[in-house]
Design a protein around this ligand. Structure first.
Ligand SMILES: [Zn+2]
Length: 205
């Protein structure tokens, strides 16, 4: 998974270049993400990162931990957990619409809807994700918070909050795109996440 938006742009440009250099049966815009992925894997095997993946055998509980200091996530002071039953539909759509050239991440993505659907929602414990499940989900924790599917633990308040501070500073909204380039704070103003200046995210709401 690209570590920041510059990596992403680089990879996208490379793919566009490869497509300009080689003929294809179907225009790129008409292909599903899976078709693009399979086509790329076949034509340009060098773009595929092969890594084994063993899906978890345990059942997940009502909550999964997406980002936080427990994973040593860079810049995270707060912990974000998501209510599993609320993201099953989104996860299914996401799994059908996104393809990763890392085989382990892709397998984790394809298995996640089934795993989340089979959660024990009476179990109030918090389930930790494996490395590849995190790669699939970690870029979407703001979406989960905005959709009221998640909550965030502030270590200073020692309390869960349903939202972070938003639409105050560091946020610019143009149409359906929200550009984020600042830190996240709890409603009391405590720092929950600080980002490197170049890590700009485009979030389609
Ligand atoms: Zn706080």
């Amino acid at each position: 998974m690209p570590s920041n938006s510059q990596d992403y742009i680089g990879i996208r440009n490379l793919i566009n270049l490869l497509y300009r250099l080689y003929s294809r049966q179907k225009p790129l815009a008409e292909m599903t993400p899976q078709e693009v992925g399979e086509h790329l894997s076949k034509k340009f095997p060098i773009t595929v990162q092969k890594e084994p993946y063993e899906p978890p055998k345990h059942r997940c509980s009502r909550w999964i931990l997406v980002n936080g200091p427990v994973y040593a996530d860079e810049g995270f002071f707060g912990t974000i957990i998501v209510e599993v039953s609320k993201i099953v539909d989104w996860m299914t759509q996401h799994a059908n619409g996104v393809f990763s050239s890392n085989t382990a991440e892709q397998k984790a993505r394809e298995y996640l809807p089934r795993w989340l659907e089979g959660a024990d929602t009476t179990d109030e414990t918090i389930t930790l994700l494996d490395k590849h499940q995190r790669e699939v989900l970690q870029g979407d924790c703001l979406r989960f918070l905005w959709s009221d599917w998640a909550k965030v633990w502030c270590p200073t308040c020692k309390a869960w909050h349903p939202r972070i501070q938003e639409h105050d500073f560091g946020w610019v909204q143009t149409g359906r795109i929200t550009l984020k380039f600042d830190d996240w704070h709890c409603p009391e103003g405590h720092l929950l996440n600080t980002e490197r200046p170049l890590d700009i995210r485009w979030i389609v709401r």
